[in-house]
Design a protein around this ligand. Structure first.
Ligand code: HPA
Length: 276
């Protein structure tokens, strides 16, 4: 493909290739709240701030708990690239904040995007601290990062948005390290406010088990770019109206922090078990 002059994705891919040298990661891991310590598990790391990559978002508005750093390194024998920090649609009103970043990953040869997030639990089994593999999602917001794209490939088939084969490998890896991994449907809401109890009743009725403010736009971009996707939710709270606690970002981060060791241990096992 011939890229347009000043194409930020091509420029970011060139810059990244230079920084990564002989590394050729096929797996990218996008870290959400609570999953940050995963980046410390990598060895032989190269760090590239998003600010050095023109297709990547500026995360200046400071959502506490979210940074803007790409880290390439090795997890055991596996070459991995980690994205610490995403731009959320609730920051800008636009769902395409991570579009350039994900297309850059595809351009350097990444084939699998492993996403992580914090989410509210809407099923009795999904208590704070539990982990859920996303089997599917509900795009409740009904916004797409592909609006305005040209070409027939914008009509992306979303019927296996979260790769069944990778999900089976993830389940086997979680079982091997003894961590229960629930499976369920994630509903994407815009935020930044939390939901009302009536909205949570609606989402449960629609068939979702977890609710959060991220991940779905990135999955859409990744599927359009030909990547396979796996996504893991760390449940940080029972959703609105399902417990007596008051929801807050500080509470989400505190629970995520407390549960993060187990989550990261499982993620390390999962990433190493993926067959690309
Ligand atoms: N709702 C939406 N997003 C979230 C929640 C929630 O309850 N918990 C963590 N992210």
């Amino acid at each position: 493909m011939i890229s347009a002059p000043n194409d930020p994705v091509a420029a970011s891919a060139d810059a990244l290739r230079q920084r990564l040298g002989t590394r050729a990661p096929k797996i990218a891991v996008l870290l959400g709240s609570g999953w940050g310590p995963f980046a410390q598990q990598l060895r032989d790391v190269v760090d590239v701030p998003y600010a050095d990559l023109p297709a990547f978002p500026a995360l200046g508005q400071g959502v506490s708990g979210h940074v803007g750093l790409l880290r390439a390194g090795r997890l055991g024998a596996v070459d991995v690239v980690v994205l610490a920090g995403r731009q959320h649609a609730y920051e800008t009103g636009q769902p395409d904040g991570m579009k350039g970043a994900i297309r850059t990953l595809a351009a350097i040869g990444v084939e699998v995007l492993v996403q992580t997030n914090a989410a509210g639990g809407m099923a009795p089994a999904l208590q704070p601290g539990e982990l859920m593999l996303m089997s599917d999602h509900l795009n409740v917001v009904q916004r797409s990062p592909l609006v305005g794209e040209a070409g027939d490939d914008r009509f992306v088939d979303m019927s296996n948005a979260y790769c069944p084969r990778l999900r089976a490998q993830a389940q086997a890896a979680a079982q091997a390290v003894g961590t229960p991994l629930h499976e369920g449907v994630y509903a994407w809401v815009l935020g930044p406010q939390f939901e009302t109890p009536a909205e949570i009743r609606m989402l449960r009725t629609l068939g979702a088990q977890a609710v959060g403010m991220s991940t779905v736009p990135e999955t859409i971009v990744a599927r359009h770019a030909g990547l396979r996707v796996l996504a893991l939710s760390l449940i940080t709270n029972m959703a609105a109206g399902m417990s007596t606690e008051t929801l807050s970002h500080a509470h989400t981060l505190a629970t995520a922090h407390a549960a993060s060791e187990r989550a990261v241990r499982m993620l390390v096992a999962v990433v190493q078990a993926l067959e690309i």
